[in-house]
Design a protein. Structure first.
Length: 309
């Protein structure tokens, strides 16, 4: 039987044509349907399906890139200047959505996969333990002219944040041990938005019945500014040496910066609240150590290139 005389095949060919799979069969009812609304409708359906697929791909890229950014932040990327803002999470998602619609889509998968692999490597191996411990500088304390506690942050209410509270409590310990007669703190800039630590410190002194002078230098934005401000104070007062208090992993860079500014320092690290430096164990502790290692390594090399240490 010829296909022209096979009505069943004609029906199949007609249905395939209406769905955009084949051209209309000569002699079939498709001739009538060429300009029909059914043809336009099938093309609209096909166009809508493509748009939906692109939307799904973009959404998948958005989510994938955001997960990659979260992984990178766990490793310490957001400790870099300018990358700590929450808007970068959304920006990374937007970039991922765009990449998902281009030929660079494999790059998106590769970068996210790399972040996941590095997170697992750092969290489940001792890879960062010794490099992090090597950042710590602790000196044998001797009498000095002042205890200098480096800034962290301060709340709008004027209360110290947890990091600075931890540092200044260690400064109190050094004072009580008799190694220095006064406390010096640095004031963050801009002063219009960040209040002084001094009122909160003096209030704690009253509670603790301490009687030590408290001085403040600044405003400062970073460790380099703190070193220059303290150097000016030493020159003005004729002091010879100070005891420097900060986070354990910060003191290697801080001491080198103060030395470059002409300040003789003895380093006395405060306690690390996030992990035990003598024994860094567990997934979370290793990731915390990795963030500190990343931040201080980048900071040290940046200061070195800038001639600040």
């Amino acid at each position: 039987m010829s296909w022209k005389k096979d009505p069943g095949r004609q029906v199949i060919e007609q249905l395939m044509w209406e769905r955009g799979v084949a051209t209309p069969v000569k002699g079939s009812t498709g001739k009538k349907a060429v300009g029909s609304k059914g043809g336009k409708s099938s093309r609209s359906v096909a166009s809508g399906s493509v748009a939906l697929q692109r939307l799904q791909a973009a959404l998948g890229g958005f989510i994938l890139a955001m997960l990659g950014w979260v992984g990178a932040s766990q490793l310490g990327l957001t400790t870099l200047p300018g990358l700590g803002e929450s808007t970068w999470l959304v920006i990374s998602g937007g970039v991922g959505a765009i990449l998902a619609l281009t030929r660079l889509r494999p790059l998106l998968w590769a970068s996210t996969g790399l972040c996941c692999a590095l997170t697992l490597l750092v969290g489940y191996t001792p890879l960062v333990v010794r490099p992090t411990q090597a950042l710590v500088r602790e000196d044998t304390l001797r009498p000095a002219d002042a205890v200098v506690v480096l800034s962290s942050s301060i709340r709008k209410s004027g209360e110290m944040d947890d990091s600075f509270q931890n540092r200044v409590l260690h400064g109190y310990e050094v004072l009580r041990q008799g190694f220095a007669p006064r406390l010096v703190v640095t004031r963050l800039a801009p002063t219009a938005k960040r209040k002084s630590y001094v009122p909160a410190i003096r209030q704690q002194f009253r509670y603790l019945q301490f009687d030590y002078p408290v001085e403040e230098v600044g405003p400062v934005d970073n460790t380099y500014d703190e070193a220059r401000a303290v150097a000016s104070l030493l020159k003005e007062r004729g002091w010879k040496r100070v005891i420097l208090v900060s986070d354990p992993t910060h003191l290697r860079r801080a001491a080198a910066t103060f030395k470059k500014a002409g300040v003789a320092v003895l380093c006395s690290p405060c306690r690390n609240p996030d992990y035990d430096l003598a024994r860094i164990e567990g997934f979370g502790e290793r990731l915390n150590a990795c963030r500190d290692l990343f931040h201080e390594t980048i900071g040290y090399e940046t200061y070195r290139l800038q001639g600040r240490l």
